[in-house]
Design a protein around this ligand. Structure first.
Ligand code: IPD
Ligand code: CA
Ligand code: CA
Length: 258
């Protein structure tokens, strides 16, 4: 499999599907509630998922599809598997906040080897192939060389989970004092892309799903940064986990986090 040829096609699939939510008819989003607190889904999350599933099946028929909005998820540990978030940043999408993306990871035997994240609002296409570096709109990207003291922390408040809300803010309060400032975008994939391209120095969120970080984790690592669980240890793709991502200078900050 030539991943360089494949990623070009996946970029086109992502671009097409990004336009679906970019051009959404905002008068009929059909918003409904999902499991967890303040967790919503719209007809566009489902529509984008259907379209990307159809397109990826043509682009790479050997791969199994796992999408956030599916009722059941296929195993990810064997063979080729796409792990897809059709809209990361659904709450932003609902509010027309212009900070959402489509995120596509391709796993080989449980390990991400390719990632494509497209933000149609900024026309930004983040791409990475394992071992080949990370790119933004075709240009190589790298994590920053700033220390935390001069850096941005981006954090996710894990807002769907009441049990870890206080803990998230307790960690943030400790780390914010050591940094320049804090940001919260509402899209974990874009947060991690921001670390990958040097717009921020460190990211954490106490609980995310594999489709939030599968592509973005690869992006960060290929851009010279670190991405793993906050407690240490590899990100998991068959279940939720915490996520820490950072540039090389901040890569040890996870050690006293939880
Ligand atoms: C959410 C976003 C958000 C993060 C949540 C995620 P969704 O994904 O990435 O930034 O804080 O934990 O679940 O629901 O918009 O796909
Ligand atoms: Ca998501
Ligand atoms: Ca989503």
């Amino acid at each position: 499999m030539d991943l360089k040829e494949l990623i070009k096609k996946i970029e086109e699939d992502a671009r097409f599907c990004g336009q679906i939510f970019y051009n959404a008819d905002r008068s009929s989003l059909d918003i409904s509630s999902k499991e967890g607190q303040n967790n919503f889904v719209t007809k566009y999350d489902k529509m984008v998922q259907e379209e990307i599933k159809k397109r990826l099946a043509v682009t790479f028929p050997d791969a199994v599809f796992v999408g956030e909005e599916e009722a059941e998820h296929a195993p990810v540990d064997k063979g080729w598997v796409f792990v897809v978030d059709p809209i990361d940043g659904t709450a932003n999408f609902i509010r027309d906040f212009h900070m959402s993306c489509i995120s596509i990871a391709l796993l080989k035997d449980g390990d991400p080897v390719l990632g494509v994240i497209y933000n149609p609002y900024a026309e930004e296409m983040f791409t990475a192939i394992k071992g080949e570096g990370a790119f933004l709109n075709g240009e190589p990207i790298h994590v920053s060389d700033k220390e935390l003291s001069g850096g941005f922390i981006i954090f996710g408040s894990a807002s769907y989970y009441d049990d870890i809300r206080d803990k998230s803010y307790e960690i943030l309060s400790r780390y914010e004092k050591k940094a320049l400032d804090t940001r919260r975008s509402g899209s974990a994939a874009l947060d991690m892309c921001a670390v990958a391209c040097g717009r921020a120095e460190m990211f954490f969120e106490l609980r995310l799903c594999p489709w939030d970080y599968a592509a973005a984790g690869l992006l960060v690592k290929e851009a010279g940064g670190a991405a793993h669980r906050i407690e240490g240890g590899d990100l998991t793709y068959d279940r939720n986990c915490s996520v820490f991502a950072a540039n090389a200078l901040c890569k040890d900050e996870w050690k006293n986090m939880v």
